[in-house]
Design a protein around this ligand. Structure first.
Ligand code: M6R
Length: 602
């Protein structure tokens, strides 16, 4: 995810910005840039790749004296990771940097182009700087123009703008993306995270959504979402950088579980209208196909498996799912009318990449659902749908899985619309449900505390069966994978109906059954499978909105009318369950033994 740093003061600016951006490297990025204004002099630099590339371009420069500087690391979402698409974006006399997604950028861009503005980049961000300069033509002050600009933006943004029209000021705004302002005497620092600020300042303001304002040396003016000026409320900055890098969480995995609401919102942004989906992929990809093949490894494979239910149910198309390492060597029959979809967080998984090569060489249509733009898989696939989860640090995948599921659900709906297999009312309801998923995965700390307390009962015992039906079967596989990866306890996922075909032989009081018991799909069928296990004295844990009298342990979820809402809420419970057991066992949650984040060898 992108990173933002800003500074107002006398100190040398290049190094302050570069050092700040360095602190944000952990968030992942593919290009970087900075802009500096001192008096009448404006300079800017951009580079693709690592921060060293930007530092090399600026090797000879030093920027001392009163002035302003802004810097950015970009994680591509709209447009490729190129120098032109890197921030800052420039107008004639102003620069802007931005994290998030401007949902209505197309509408704003059309409007600006109609009045003669020329755009350089493919990004959504560039509209901000042009809109500002357009409004500034008639505004009383540059800040008035900025205020008007911000009022036109829809979506998520943490953004800074500097302009020659007000050379000693930084304009800032925040909505659904973090922005922090710190001060040290008269000097002001801005950042998207605590870590660049630690050591430079002692106190900071964590801006609220909808707030915006203007900073200058020794002066800070902030307005709230109702345009009321508010008194800056500074609090002490944390002192520990490690803690700050994880936004105060103990583990990256934990932070990433909490981040899911935000990244799902980003994943949806700009892609939904009330009755259609805009996935920014060439829809000729869907012409004349009679099958979808989904290919992936690990967690991404579980997303593929869950998606096969959605594709068949919604788009009425055959959906085959293959593990990439198997597909490579099975001499697969390749149907020329199939769409070959690979799913990968990293975009570098060797088996998935090889499978994609095979599909490409056979001239199949290919689509990658991936989190990392410009990765090998993204470069190779014909079309791409980016999951926008931001960098995922924890080896155990969480937010990447959540956004893969969102992309695959959106894709199923798009295909259903194109193939006329969904009526308007159902589509509208699906889209409404999708929009609500960020709140479904948003959970209260008390849920984590409750699961922490329960976790102590599970650290002994000889194994776990996670069981579910329909889309909850792949989710059961994912719950078991999460647990085994970080707790090293034996865990397997099964279709609930399969138990009596063999696995039930293992049932006894030392075997934990984690039953995914949603209300909206096959409740009675799954329940009777669980009863069969209970009759053999297995320890039963149910995750359900409905109380189940035979449960030895019960985690209640909210009642939902749509299976996908239940899916996402149970997903969070399973992630926390694995996390808390692993913590109880004293394991390294983020770097479990024997595992690598990106498996680039077969
Ligand atoms: O980067 P990818 O999605 O292609 O990675 C696939 C698997 O290696 C990955 O999902 C792995 O199973 C994770 N450790 C799951 O938590």
């Amino acid at each position: 995810m992108c990173g933002i740093v800003g500074y107002i003061g006398k100190k040398e600016k290049k190094n302050i910005i570069l050092n700040g951006l360095k602190e944000l490297e952990y968030r992942g990025y593919d290009s970087a840039g900075m802009a500096i204004i001192i008096g009448n002099e404006m300079s800017y630099y951009k580079a693709v790749g690592k921060l060293e590339n930007l530092a090399n371009k600026m090797k000879e420069c030093q920027y001392h004296g009163d002035g302003v500087a802004i810097g950015h690391t970009r994680w591509a979402t709209h447009g490729k990771p190129t120098e032109i698409n890197a921030h800052p974006h420039l107008g004639e006399y102003s620069f802007v940097i931005h994290n998030g997604i401007i949902e209505n950028y197309k509408e704003l861009k059309d409007e600006l182009e109609a009045s003669g503005v020329k755009f350089l980049s493919q990004t959504d961000t560039e509209v901000i700087v042009h809109l500002f300069e357009e409004y500034n033509k008639n505004a009383k002050t540059p800040f008035e123009a900025y205020k008007k600009t911000i009022s036109r933006l829809k979506g998520a943004y943490a953004t800074l703008l500097v302009t020659k029209a007000a050379p000693d000021e930084i304009f800032f705004a925040k909505n659904a993306a973090p922005l922090i302002i710190a001060r040290d005497g008269d000097e002001i620092y801005l950042s998207s995270s605590d870590s660049p600020l630690i050591g430079l300042a002692k106190e900071a303001i964590y801006l609220e959504d909808g707030s915006y304002g203007v900073a200058k040396l020794g002066n800070l003016t902030i307005f709230d979402e109702n345009n009321q000026e508010i008194k800056p409320n500074f609090t002490e900055l944390p002192k520990d950088k490690g803690y700050a890098l994880k936004d105060g969480y103990r583990f990256f995995m934990e932070k990433e579980i909490y981040e899911q609401s935000q990244v799902i919102a980003e994943c949806l942004m700009g892609r939904l209208s009330d009755d259609d989906l805009n996935l920014d992929i060439d829809i000729s990809l869907f012409n004349d196909i009679d099958e979808v093949v989904l290919c992936a490894c690990g967690t991404s494979y579980h997303a593929a498996l869950a998606a096969s239910y959605l594709l068949e149910r919604l788009a009425k198309i055959r959906a085959n799912v293959v593990v990439a390492s198997e597909f490579r060597y099975k001499e697969p029959f390749l149907n020329p009318n199939s769409l070959f979809i690979v799913i990968s967080q990293s975009g570098e998984t060797a088996d998935t990449l090889e499978a994609l090569k095979i599909a490409k060489n056979a001239n199949l249509k290919t689509l990658a659902i991936c989190n990392v733009d410009n990765s090998s898989i993204v470069r190779m696939a014909k079309e791409v749908l980016l999951t926008r989860a931001g960098i995922e640090k924890g080896v155990a995948s969480t937010k990447a899985f959540a956004t893969q599921m969102i992309c695959l659900w959106m894709l199923s709906l798009k295909l259903a619309k194109i193939r006329h297999t969904i009526d308007d009312k159902t589509l509208e309801n699906e889209i409404k449900t999708l929009r609500n998923i960020p709140s479904v995965v948003n959970f209260d700390k008390s849920l984590q505390e409750k699961i922490y307390r329960k976790a102590k009962h599970y650290v002994h015992g000889h194994g776990f069966f996670f069981i579910g039906r329909d889309i909850f079967y792949p989710l059961a596989l994912e719950g078991a994978l999460k647990l085994k990866e970080i707790s090293y306890l034996h865990a397997e996922g099964y279709p609930a109906g399969e138990m009596k075909h063999g696995p039930i032989a293992l049932a006894d009081e030392g075997l934990y059954t984690i039953a995914l018991l949603p209300q909206t799909i096959l409740y009675d069928k799954t329940k009777s499978n669980v009863e069969e296990l209970a009759a053999r004295d297995a320890f039963i844990t149910t995750i359900s909105p409905l109380e189940f009298e035979l449960s030895d342990d019960f985690i209640k979820i909210n009642s939902h009318s749509h299976p996908m809402s239940e899916f996402f809420e149970i997903m969070v419970v399973l992630q926390l369950f694995a996390l808390e057991i692993s913590i109880r066992l004293g394991n390294d949650v983020d770097m479990p033994r024997n595992l690598a984040k990106s498996v680039t060898v077969e």
